[in-house]
Ligand binder design. Structure first.
Ligand code: GDP
Ligand code: MG
Length: 309
């Protein structure tokens, strides 16, 4: 005897789509990705512009797979690296099925937010507006801000959330699930992030550098994972190189008697080990590479396009 599948089985509709998060630096994009996904996949920092590559978090909600693209900040580009970040951010918006425009409710519509609203208005995709950081703003101000923003940009829906406290995040997640197009899932269901582990490991070390050295070493460093070897005893040996632009910066990263790099390495090793679930042996090297910000290979490693001018 054969068992007939239930009549509605063929009708079970899945949805799937890319959602680009667009907003000024510090608006809370990374925090929101983490809140939506529910686990740490991207770096949060008090410093602006630390997210250099597109890192995706993947959420499954209401039969929909939502692929989040955490774009680097959109801002007036000066250096070549900054221009690469902007290029990548905008190409992210154009590839997306849905654009999620974030505003910092504390900041309101400043010059930067104004530029973003004007530019996003020209992107031909469905948009939602998200006012973040509502925990820090009185209600009247929020309503006024929502009204002003809606006058400048046509959106499907407006959400008021606190990515930090989680307030409103569930509603937003359900709405994103509704708004992405119908279609099959792009990724296996158990996948949280498609950032390869070696890339994620480099991001983690970079975050530790920022945390320890943000005063002395603003943005002139990058980290690459050179090798990743799984050993027979189930431990992983990882070698990474930290690139800085000047000898003086190399000394800062090393610290007195190597104390700083040792402590960066210890913190990073612990976090990488937590994620991979195996003991990790981490070896860090510091190299001076003048003008790495103009070297196409470094961009490729970070998942960025290299601006030709
Ligand atoms: P990104 O640059 O857009 O990725 O912003 P981040 O996610 O790195 O957040 C920048 C800063 O804003 C961090 O200090 C966050 O803790 C803070 N932040 C993010 N969301 C909220 C929120 O809902 N409320 C408050 N009060 N702070 C937030
Ligand atoms: Mg970020």
């Amino acid at each position: 005897m054969t068992v007939e599948p239930p009549a509605d089985a063929a009708m079970a509709v899945t949805r799937c789509g890319f959602v680009a998060l667009i907003g000024a630096p510090n608006v809370g994009k990374s925090t929101l990705v983490n809140a939506l996904v529910g686990s740490k996949v991207t770096i949060v920092s008090r410093k602006v512009q630390t997210t250099r590559a597109l890192i995706r978090g993947i959420v499954i909600e209401d039969n929909a797979q939502i692929i989040l693209v955490d774009t680097p900040g959109i801002f007036a580009p000066k250096r070549r690296l900054d221009r690469a970040m902007v290029l990548t951010a905008w190409s992210g918006a154009h590839d997306a099925d849905l654009v999620c425009v974030l505003l910092d409710a504390k900041v309101g519509i400043d010059a930067e937010a104004e530029t973003i609203l004007t530019t996003v208005a020209n992107v031909q995709h469905k948009k939602v507006l998200v006012l973040n950081k509502i925990d820090a703003v009185p209600r009247e101000k929020l309503l006024a801000l929502a009204k002003m923003a809606n006058e400048r940009l046509a959106v499907e829906e407006t959400f008021m959330i606190s990515a930090l406290s989680g307030d409103g995040v569930d509603d937003l997640r359900h709405a994103l699930a509704r708004l992405v197009p119908s279609g099959p899932f792009h990724y296996p269901e158990d996948q949280m992030s498609d950032a390869p582990l070696r890339h994620l490991a480099a991001e983690i070390t970079r975050e530790k550098i920022f945390r320890q050295l943000h005063q002395e070493l603003p943005y002139q460093s990058t980290v690459e994972t050179d090798s990743w070897t799984e050993r027979n005893d189930k431990s992983v040996r990882i070698e990474q190189t930290i690139f800085v632009e000047r000898e003086s910066q190399r000394k800062i990263v090393l610290g007195k008697g190597g104390a700083t790099i040792k402590s960066i390495g210890a913190e990073s090793r612990k976090e990488i080990a937590d994620i991979v679930g195996f003991p990790v042996h981490l070896f860090l090297f510091v190299k001076v590479r003048e003008n790495w910000g103009d070297d196409p290979d470094r961009y490729k490693e970070m998942g960025l396009e290299f601006p030709r001018e």
